[in-house]
Design a protein around this ligand. Structure first.
Ligand SMILES: [Zn+2]
Ligand SMILES: [Zn+2]
Length: 103
């Protein structure tokens, strides 16, 4: 397969940028079908933003786990996987439990 430089338009800033033959080769070697939608600058900016926001560069939405509050028995959801050896509370009870144990 041979590649040729391609001119693409950035979907963020609208500027044209070159999707070089080398990059296309790299993309296809990684099995990536999609062409980049953003110019290198915007890609870098977005990456920096993402890494800054959660520290992991993880784009998937935070998963919520349905649990029953150990304090009031209410159905609720928590952003972490509940473990058997730890009681899980709804946000209200969590605040109460935490503030009482801190004292
Ligand atoms: Zn751009
Ligand atoms: Zn509760």
């Amino acid at each position: 397969m041979s590649f040729q430089d391609k001119l693409l338009q950035c979907s963020d800033c609208g500027q044209e940028f070159t999707f070089t033959a080398g990059e296309q080769e790299f993309y296809s070697s990684r099995g990536l079908q999609n062409e980049p939608r953003r110019c290198p600058e915007c890609r870098r900016a977005r990456k920096a933003e993402r890494y800054g926001s959660d520290g992991y560069g993880n784009r998937s939405p935070r998963r919520m786990f349905p649990v029953v509050c150990a304090q009031c028995g209410k159905d609720t959801e928590v952003p972490f996987e509940p473990r058997d050896d730890r009681p899980v509370y709804c946000s209200e009870c969590y605040t109460k439990v935490r503030s009482s144990s801190e004292r």
